[in-house]
Design a binder for this molecule. Structure first.
Ligand code: GDP
Ligand code: MG
Length: 215
């Protein structure tokens, strides 16, 4: 590879349990804790308590720093089993919003990151996930990011592409936000898993092209 390698930040954001850590593992090729792998939660409890990052180099030589952030609504999920600790929950929610804001401020200061917004295939029609996407992209990033949408644990109900396009249009996120669905996998050694990993990497390369062309 004659070209000098460049580095790009890729920030994974979305609800707890949506599969952010799993997507990161899919990209870095980590299976069951081999290689440096992102911690995947084995139940409903949030396990990405602090923002962590992993580096990997794609086939093209593009060096990527993958940022695994806290879910924005981990506190809401905790409500089920901590119903008496409402104050604590509020505190947690503002803490995670603050942490995410700080991460995004740091990452957008010197360069433009890719913002990987993750929505579960069963949540495409739930407005709040899209509103959070807009809030994070517009308010936290001040649009200094290349937004990309990943639908996790697909496939969603038929017609999902049009519904995503509608949501993006309604929130003024632009019709050109690239999106891709990643299928729910049964095994990390299945052909689908490998195909989706490749598609995900292609999506990153495409977003990086957008970034280069915008300069
Ligand atoms: N079988 C299967 N499990 C998945 C898939 N994606 C995520 N999971 C599981 O869903 C749970 C939450 O995923 P995780 O990556 O930790 O979500 P995060 O909270 O967004 O980081 C974990 O137990 C994962 O193993 C998938 O495609 N197939
Ligand atoms: Mg996680």
């Amino acid at each position: 590879m004659g070209e000098p390698s460049v580095e790009i930040d890729i920030i994974f954001v979305g609800q707890t349990g949506v599969g952010k850590s799993s997507l990161i593992n899919m990209i870095i090729g980590a299976v069951d804790g081999s290689k440096a792998s992102a911690n995947v939660s084995n139940d409903a409890h949030p396990c990405t308590t602090h923002t962590t990052s992993y580096s990997t180099t794609l086939d093209t030589g593009l060096r990527c720093q993958l940022w695994d952030t806290r879910g924005l609504d981990e506190a809401a999920g905790a409500q089920n089993f901590m119903s008496k600790l409402v104050d604590k929950i509020r505190q947690l929610a503002s803490q995670q919003a603050r942490e995410l804001k700080e991460t995004l401020r740091d990452r957008t200061r010197l360069a433009i990151p890719i913002l990987m917004w993750c929505i579960d295939a069963t949540k495409i029609d739930v407005q709040v996930h899209w509103q959070q996407f807009q809030k994070v992209y517009v308010e936290y990033c001040e649009r200094k990011a290349i937004p990309v949408l990943v639908i996790t644990r697909g496939p969603p109900k038929a017609g999902w592409e049009a519904r995503c396009t509608d949501q993006l249009r309604q929130l003024n996120l632009g019709a050109d936000v690239p999106f891709r669905m990643v299928r729910r996998y049964r095994s990390t050694s299945s052909p689908e898993y490998g195909e989706d990993a490749k598609a995900l990497k292609d999506l990153i390369l495409r977003a990086n092209e957008t970034l280069i062309n915008s300069h």
